[in-house]
Design a protein around this ligand. Structure first.
Ligand code: ZN
Length: 425
């Protein structure tokens, strides 16, 4: 029997750090004309269309909406559901795959399109398999107090200790709902447009900065005098990276990922990539209850050029990935690799003096070892040593900053906590 997802949606408390990211994403979704077009064709709300697109492919418009893995030049064949869309002739437009997939899953059916119901539809899209383990689906609830750990690391393979690094679909839906309630999207439909002609129908809420990164959301208040609604030009405000001592997560500072600022963070996107990885490394830190040294984290473009690194290195923030080569105190790197081999969602490299962790998603869960400075089996690819680790240390002194060293405020030397049972029926 499925959980009461609308009730869980009402009850969940979103973590503050996650919430800001969710709002940014929700605002982008609301502004995407391609989602609007698919919504018009299917009746499925833009919010759900965008959220599922986010979950399946990180909003990649070159992938089939059916599974986020296959391209548009053929029917799906690499991942389920295969052979889709059944009608029409490839190549498909992204919109064709989206419309077909939404109808295929019956997401246009029913009359309840409340946010709680959309949350339930999103979880259903991924499957109810987590209920078997008494865990709230991270696909729906990662980033809330209703999810701690436990994850399917591949189809049908469940890990009790794996921690999802995604933002849950219901979290983004909540952020979307909040923005809507705050009036950030303007009026909802042409009809209400006529009702309230004194408000702009679709205010440009996110100007694009010089670095191509949309500026933070500026909600358009409902109580402003007519005629003064002007989007704030965020381009005039230069990006300011966080201070070295600013925490990227519970256990790590930004300085630890940047050689204490020697590799300056250029923009908000990289900052978010680092924060995302740091938060996931917190779970590694807690698993061992031992300090972690970031041997090599973010690699800025100048450093990357200097070491001959490929542009697609995960250390550079390529495709919103981020990487860190870490050393856990008193634990052999090979053991760290083995401990997380089956559960880490992303790339994992087994080095002699470090373990490489990254957040790559495509292809996911890559595994490799290093020999004589080469990533075994991957020479000439994005995993060759030039790409992933020319600055991997061979005798290089590890960062001395290591906030992991000094902080164990919760006494987390103990084993990881039991799975959350909240929501179990
Ligand atoms: Zn590395």
């Amino acid at each position: 029997m499925p959980y009461d997802y609308p009730a869980l949606y009402d009850q969940m408390v979103v973590k503050p750090a996650v919430y800001q990211r969710a709002r940014t994403i929700a605002a982008e979704i609301a502004q995407e004309p391609r989602y609007r077009k698919v919504s018009d064709a299917t009746g499925v709300p833009v919010s759900l269309i965008g959220v599922l697109h986010l979950m399946e492919s990180n909003r990649n418009f070159t992938k089939s909406y059916f599974n986020g893995i296959d391209g548009l030049s053929s029917r799906t064949y690499r991942a389920q559901p295969k052979g889709q869309p059944r009608n029409g002739k490839p190549p498909f437009t992204w919109e064709q795959t989206a419309i077909a997939a939404l109808l295929y899953d019956g997401l246009d059916k029913g009359t309840d399109f409340s946010y709680g119901a959309l949350c339930a539809k999103a979880v259903k899209f991924n499957g109810f398999g987590y209920e078997r383990y008494g865990v709230n689906s991270p696909y729906g609830f990662a980033g809330t107090d209703l999810y701690t750990k436990g994850k399917y690391v591949s189809d049908g393979r469940y890990s009790r200790t794996a921690v999802s690094g995604q933002i849950g679909a219901c979290v983004v839906l909540k952020a979307y709902q909040d923005l809507e309630n705050e009036g950030a999207f303007g009026v909802a439909s042409p009809i209400s447009d006529i009702d309230r002609p004194d408000r702009p129908s679709r205010p440009p809420i996110r100007p694009i900065g010089a670095d191509g990164i949309p500026a933070p959301v500026v909600p358009i208040g409902t109580d402003r005098p007519v005629g003064t609604d002007r989007p704030v030009d965020m381009r005039s405000e230069p990006y300011r990276p966080p201070a070295n001592k600013t925490r990227a997560s519970k256990y790590f500072t930004f300085g630890e990922f940047t050689k204490n600022g020697l590799r300056p963070i250029p923009n908000r996107r990289i900052e978010d990539n680092i924060r995302n990885l740091a938060q996931r490394l917190d779970a590694v830190r807690e698993f061992y209850g031992q300090p972690i040294t970031i041997v090599s984290g973010y690699r800025d473009p100048a450093t990357n050029r200097a070491v001959g690194g490929a542009a697609q290195s995960s250390h550079t923030g390529y495709e919103n990935w981020m990487a860190a080569d870490i050393k856990v105190k008193n634990v052999r790197p090979s053991k760290v690799y083995r401990d997380f081999e089956s559960s880490w969602e992303g790339g994992l490299g087994d080095g002699a003096s470090f373990t490489h962790f990254d957040t790559r998603q495509n292809p996911p869960n890559r595994r490799w070892g290093y020999r004589n400075g080469q990533a075994v089996g991957f020479l000439g690819t994005d995993l060759s040593i030039a790409a992933i680790g020319c600055d991997h240390p061979h005798g290089v002194t590890a960062s001395s900053i290591g906030s992991g060293r000094s902080t164990d405020p919760m006494g987390l030397s103990k084993k990881v906590q039991q799975l959350s049972q909240i929501g179990k029926k």
